[in-house]
Structure formats: C-alpha cells, structure tokens
Design a protein around this ligand. Structure first.
Ligand code: ATP
Ligand code: MG
Length: 561
C-alpha cells in the first residue's frame, strides 16, 4: 500500500466538461441550478446542486442560481428565501450570479414575436381539449390546427392583444409551428405562451401572459450563456424542442446533458406531494425532521458534509434507480462517529439501586468525550446510589450471551464501577420490572477490576438524582413502504404513511448536556446520534432530535473507551 490517493474517477458529465475545456470549446464553464420557487428544496435537489455547483467549482467556472419563476400560480418569496438559505447551508455560493427567469419576460415576449414574424409560431384558438384531439398520440400523426395558416400580421396583432389583456384566460395560446406528425409529441406545435391572469410575486399584475416551461427554460439558459445545462432524464425528450427553438431564433446554444434523478426509498420527493403533506398537517411544516427536504434534514441534525458525501456516493449516471435511505443514514453516522461527543442517556428507564453504596453520598467520575478524538477531552459524570438504566438491559432470566443485568451476573457501568445484579423486582400484577438491585465493588472505580477479572458487558446509566428529564423525539421513516410514489390506481400515497414515524419520549439524560448550545450534536452511547433542537430547546432544557439510531456496539465497548 502506498500513501497515494487513487485518482478520482470522473462521472460521464465531468468527462464531457473536462473534454470541452481540453479542446478549447469553452474557455470557462458556466452551469446553473434552476429551481422553481414553488416549494422547499429536497435531497434530490441537493444532488443537482452538488453537480451544478460542484462542476463549476472544480473547473474554476461559475454556477448561476436561477429562480425559474415563470409559472406564478404557486410561487412566492418565502420559497425563494428558503432556496437561497438551503444552498448556502449546503456550502455553495452563486456569488454575483443570482437570476430570476421572470426578469426575462420582456425578452421572451420579443423572441415569441420573432418566431411569429418568421412564420414559425401562430396564435391558436383551439381549446385545450380540442387541441388534444388534434395532437393525436405518438403512434398516430396529429392534424394541423386550422389557425396554422393565420397571417403573420394577424398573429402579431392577436399576440399583442393577448398581452394587453383583451382576451379571457385560455381563449388563445401561441404555438410553435413545428410538425404535427412528429413521433415526438413535444414537437407537435407545443404551446409557448398562455393567457393566465395570475399575480406574480415579483412583477405583480404586469403580465397576463406567461411563457410555457419548455419555451422559457432553453431561452433562460441561452440568455445566461450557460455552457452545460445539466438536467434530469425526463427532459431528454424535450431536448429536440429546445434545439428547434434555439435554432429558429439563431441564438446561443448551450449543451444539455441529462442524468438520472435521485429517488430515495421510504419517502416522496415530488413538490406536489410534499406540499400535500405539509398543508394537510401530516407533518409539522416544511422543516419537519421526517421530510427529505433540506430544511427537514437540517432540523433533524444532518450536516451539510454528510449530505454532500451522500450525493457523491450516489454518483451521476444515466440509469434511474432507487437509492436506499440507509445510505443517507450511513453517511451521517460515519461523520458523527468521528466528530460527535459521547454522552449517556437512558431512553426507557428503570431504576437501579446499589444497595451497598452509602445513602446520601455521591461522587464525580470522568467520561471520555470522544474515543475517536483525544482532543475532545473529558467530562464529569455524577454517580450515586440510585441510577437509571435501560429497561432492555435488564432480564430476570437470560441466555449465557446476555452480558447485561441478570441476577448473579456482573456488569460494567460505563466509566463507573463493576456491579453485580442481585435481584430484579417486578410489579406483582403486571409483571413489569420496577427496580434492579445490585451491589458494587468499590475497588473497580473507573470500571476496571484490579484483579483483572473479565467482565464482558458494559452498559450506560445516569444518576437518578442528577439526570435531566429531556424531551426526545424518535424519528423514523415517514413511509412504511419502499416506494410510496408507486401506489396502485385509486390509492392515496398518504395511506402508506408510517403512523409511528414520530415517537416523543422523556429520556433521562446526563446533566453535562444541560447548558450545551442548541444545534449541537452528540452520540448517546449505544443508542443514537442526537441533535439539540435549535428551535424548541430552552435555556437549561435541551430538546433532542434523534438523527439516526446507532448500531448496537455495546459488547465491544472496553472499560476505558
Ligand atoms: P417537481 O417536484 O414538481 O417535479 P422539481 O423537483 O423538478 O419539481 P425544480 O424546481 O424544477 O423542481 O427542480 C430544480 C432542479 O432540480 C431541476 O434542474 C431538476 O432537474 C433538479 N431536480 C429535481 N428533483 C431532482 C431529483 N430527485 N434528483 C436530481 N435532481 C433533481
Ligand atoms: Mg421540475
């Protein structure tokens, strides 16, 4: 083995970009991330962001943030702000290059006029339903709209009147005059301008006509001199239309390259569905920690680095697939294992009494903050006669391999003492364990036996009198099924919601966390990684969000970490 890092393999898009730089096709790379401000960004967008901004960053180029706000029905300023915030939080910077597609409306209007003047677009008065008839289906050619032969002068005049507001919504549309027999349905005289009396969050009522997505998007890329327009696979079939529009107008022509979108198991990502969950109160807002939104992941406790690492591992390909949500969970675990200070919390507490420990006495023990990071130091752990331990660590009878609290067996209390379980007390009616009684060996302070006797099990605990009673939210997968997006006909995707996706408990937490800053992450040993909720925590009363459970590694924990 050498210290040399293996050269990173470029994905097919980075290969193309590198080639275009090598051959001098472009002096610099310009990409863009073009969200529509009609919802919050999600982890799928993060994949596109990492690619668009990543390619620009790696090549010394630039990436534009362009709010694609050409369809005002569901757009607003709140969404714009959330998008900017989320991109910055993910660690990317558009610098000077913030654009709004709606600022190009005048130019787009002019482009549409030019197509009309060149006989390449016309004003059509067929209703939406009628045009569907005319358009036909992919396997059968459509037929020409009777409006196709309208004169240029009449078309220009009608288009002007559309803009002036002389007509009803939907009364006319402008269509590109392409080919009603094309096997590609997108080429069958697609609409490029529609009448819609909708207030625009940036331009008010200045416009009552709006360009369609297909007409607008390729022109936005052209206007901004984008070199590589990276988008998801579903736009591949739209590319011939974009090519046609840009050629017809004889304007700058970016190269569009499509890649597979991110699909994640046990969640949904369409903005329409996310909005439905938010508006229907199925989750608590766009930043609900169960949502795959960037805001939700942030609130849950994910870090930007873990999300970027996830996107890197997912990679860029042409093949649509389903990514297992456990990969995302792996990425945050992997990071927090190295960086998160350890602490102890008992999630499902049962009282443990050390019968030979003097009543009223307590002492301070020392815990290692992070065995992976010696610089993280140590902390004080108060210890006393009555502790809380995890209910699942106690059994009245258990197989030999259960190295925890069973009458007659000795176990190590993390950073404290070896204790022997003498008795498990149960409620005579319910049979539930109510208390565990143990004796401790005073010569094993810190958790080591001076005689070197072997004690396999180590469990966590908190001192009953010193513990914080803290709210802890145990988040789980939002859906019970792997592909809630693929429901049967007539079925509601919401019927697959996991009713147990949030369980709120009161945990017994070690007191060192009382005044830790909200927004801090920690590992509760043997249980989970947690995040101190920055919104609901109060001074002296942290509220914990479980980010991910920890794989149980209790058996491997040695006496001194
Ligand atoms: P909708 O949910 O209505 O389809 P959208 O998620 O496509 O909307 P946009 O605002 O159009 O929302 O997306 C902005 C950019 O993010 C687009 O370039 C799009 O290709 C990309 N993007 C969206 N979803 C994903 C995804 N799941 N994986 C990768 N990229 C995505
Ligand atoms: Mg879209």
């Amino acid at each position: 083995m050498t210290d040399e890092k293996p050269e990173e393999v470029l994905d097919f898009i980075r290969e193309i970009v590198a080639d275009d730089l090598r051959t001098g096709k472009h002096a610099g790379i310009v990409t863009r991330f073009p969200p529509e401000p009609n919802g919050y960004l999600h982890i799928g967008h993060a994949k596109a962001i990492c690619l668009d901004f990543g390619v620009a960053q790696e090549t010394g180029g630039r990436c534009h943030l362009r709010l694609d706000d050409t369809n005002p029905a569901k757009e607003n300023e709140e969404y714009v702000e959330s998008i900017k915030h989320d991109i910055q939080w993910l660690g990317f910077d558009w610098g000077e290059n913030l654009y709004f597609a709606s600022d190009y409306f005048e130019q787009m209007y002019e482009y549409a006029c030019e197509l009309i003047r060149n006989g390449l677009a016309y004003v059509c008065d067929l209703s939406v339903e009628d045009f569907k008839e005319y358009r036909g289906v992919p396997t059968r050619p459509g037929k020409d709209s009777p409006c196709r032969c309208r004169s240029v002068e009449e078309n220009l005049e009608l288009f002007r009147c559309m803009r002036e507001g002389d007509f009803e919504d939907g009364q006319y549309v402008v269509r590109a005059k392409i080919d009603m027999a094309s096997p590609n349905i997108h080429m069958r005289d697609p609409a490029i301008y529609r009448i819609k009396r909708i207030h625009h969050y940036r331009h008010g009522d200045k416009w009552c006509i709006y360009p369609t997505y297909d007409f607008a998007h390729c022109l936005e890329d052209s206007i901004e001199n984008i070199t590589h327009s990276l988008c998801t696979l579903e736009f591949e079939v739209h590319r011939p239309l974009y090519d046609w529009i840009l050629d017809a107008l004889d304007v700058y022509h970016p190269r569009q390259i499509e890649f597979a979108r991110l699909n994640l198991s046990y969640t949904v990502m369409s903005k329409r569905k996310l909005l439905e969950l938010v508006e229907g109160g199925h989750v608590n807002g766009w930043d609900d920690p169960r949502l795959p939104t960037i805001a939700g992941l942030r609130r849950r406790g994910f870090t930007p680095a873990a999300i970027r690492e996830f996107c890197k591992r997912v990679g860029i390909t042409k093949f649509d697939g389903l990514t297992d949500i456990s990969l995302l969970e792996y990425c945050i675990r992997d990071e927090l294992n190295k960086t998160a200070p350890r602490a102890m919390a008992v999630l499902n507490p049962v009282k443990l009494v050390i019968t030979n420990y003097p009543e009223g006495q307590d002492e301070e023990l020392e815990g290692i903050n992070n065995p992976e990071d010696p610089a993280a130091g140590t902390r004080v752990l108060p210890f006393s006669r009555e502790l809380y331990v995890e209910r699942e660590d106690v059994r009245e009878e258990a197989p030999k391999k259960f190295f925890r609290l069973v009458p007659g067996r000795e176990v190590r209390l993390r950073y404290a003492y070896l204790v022997t379980c003498d008795e498990v007390i149960k409620d005579p009616v319910t049979g539930e364990v109510t208390e565990v009684r143990c004796t401790y060996d005073p010569d094993t302070r810190g958790g080591n036996a001076p005689d070197g006797r072997k004690v396999r099990g180590t469990i966590h605990w908190v001192s009953a009198a010193h513990a914080l009673d803290s709210e802890m939210r145990l988040y789980d997968r939002l859906f019970m099924t792997e592909r809630p997006d693929e429901v049967k006909e007539g079925e509601d995707f919401k019927s697959h919601l996991n009713p147990d996706s949030l369980e709120t408990i009161t945990a017994k937490v070690e007191p060192s966390l009382r005044d830790v800053d909200p927004g801090t992450r920690c590992q509760f040993e043997r249980k989970c990684y947690a995040y101190i909720d920055p919104i609901d925590s109060q001074p002296g009363a942290p509220v914990f969000n479980r980010i991910v459970p920890l794989r149980d590694s209790w058996a491997k924990i040695a006496a001194k970490g």
